[in-house]
Design a protein around this ligand. Structure first.
Ligand code: PLP
Length: 390
């Protein structure tokens, strides 16, 4: 997508810029902006019984139906939260006595509550492609002790690798464990059905699929329940109190509806992504694409540029008007290698040259071309061969 914004209250935004950081946050769909503005301009607390309240309630319930449809769930089983982070925390904190078992490549929204939890937590290693080591998982689940909750992401935010969630569920069932999946990155990018996956809980975030930031959901399967972490007024059937963010929730619903309609468009992004990977490989055969050998999200590429630090690349791309990310945007600003690439046993000096490019609903072939041209330019100026020649 090419932006045409100029000077803003917050400073200059380069005109003609290209946004390739959808895994950090996706541009909000115009239909969503419109709906959110309309809902914000209409008074109403979804718990009030008068007409304004009933309209707000309808907005929330319509949105709930769209979000449920995106993941093949029943509307009653969608709990709106303040985002993916809260949904992950609710899933992991909602079961007092269970042991927690998480993969080493989970997002911080899973890893942090798991590691802070009073329950003894096991972190299961992954292979070189970032997929969970099922044999190691089985060993952990077979250990004596309390039943476990396993949390395994559906797709990785940095590499796009799609985890074998069904196989994890099969193992977990044999050991009486529940399974949560963080589907924040997968939702809206690949087809997704909670009944097919057979996971007990699934987390979503609106802003990764063209909705507003600060709203998400934890989706339960069948009759599963969680223990509320935010208590008070009893909203969301007592599972998550607090006056509903009606405008945000309505925007989430609209984004979910559009994402479901747009799944085939997302599948088509794999061609652009593959083109980027092929052409950068021709320019620098030593560049590495992480998790390329396993099923991945169609929009995500995590690739190294030999000899050029990630932060340098991000800065130079930014100067050229292209937004990308060094590893996980949620941890950008830190210079240490990503915990995901580290868990995949990528050598640190190589991991420090990796960036993430993530395409989305408004990306075009022209965006991919400009990315490759800029990549070639940066590599020519600063890459390994420039270092060798100096
Ligand atoms: N889980 C994953 C895999 C993510 O990529 C993110 C955000 O980057 C989150 C959870 C957190 O979601 P939110 O930003 O809505 O809190």
């Amino acid at each position: 997508m090419t932006e045409t914004t100029g000077q803003t209250e917050y400073g200059a935004v380069q005109t003609d810029s290209i946004y390739l950081d959808y895994n950090a946050t996706a541009p909000v769909r115009p239909e969503v902006v419109q709906l959110v503005a309309t809902v914000m301009g209409t008074v109403g607390n979804a718990s009030s019984v008068h007409a304004s309240g009933r309209l707000a309630r309808k907005r929330v319930e319509d949105a709930r139906a769209h979000v449920a449809a995106l993941v093949g769930a029943h509307s009653d089983n969608v709990i709106f939260t303040s985002g993916g982070t809260e949904a992950d925390n609710l899933a992991l904190s909602g079961f007092g006595d269970r042991r927690l078992v998480v993969s080493a490549v989970e997002h911080g929204a899973v890893l942090a509550p798991a590691l802070l939890s009073a329950a003894d937590t096991a972190v299961v290693p992954v292979d070189a492609a970032g997929l969970i080591d099922l044999a190691a998982l089985e060993r952990v689940l077979a250990e004596e002790g309390r039943p476990a909750t396993v949390s395994i992401m559906l797709a990785n935010n940095e590499t796009g690798a799609i985890e074998p969630v069904r196989a994890v569920v099969d193992l977990a069932r044999r050991h009486g464990a529940l399974v949560h999946t963080d589907a924040v990155q997968a939702a809206g990018k690949i087809p997704l059905d909670i009944e097919d996956l057979e996971v007990d809980f699934l987390s979503l975030s609106a802003h990764k699929l063209g909705g507003p930031q600060g709203v998400g959901a934890l989706v339960l399967r069948e009759d599963r329940e969680v223990r509320a972490q935010v208590v008070g007024g009893g909203q969301e059937r007592g599972r998550r109190s607090g006056t509903e963010n009606v405008a945000g929730i309505a925007g989430f619903g609209e984004a979910a509806r559009l994402a479901l309609d747009g799944l085939s468009h997302y599948a088509g992004l794999a061609a652009l992504r593959d083109d980027i990977e092929r052409r950068t490989g021709e320019i620098a055969p030593a560049r590495h694409v992480y998790a390329a050998e396993v099923p991945r999200l169609p929009n995500t590429s995590c690739l190294s540029m030999p000899g050029v630090k990630s932060e340098t690349q991000v800065m130079m791309f930014d100067l050229a008007g292209i937004a990308i990310s060094a590893g996980s945007a949620c941890s950008s600003g830190k210079v240490s290698a990503s915990h995901v690439l580290d868990a995949m046993a990528v050598p640190e000096d190589e991991a420090l040259t990796a960036v993430r490019v993530s395409l989305g609903w408004a990306s075009t072939a022209a965006d991919a071309d400009r990315f490759v041209e800029t990549w070639a330019d940066i590599y020519r100026r600063c890459g390994q061969h420039a270092v060798d020649a100096a």
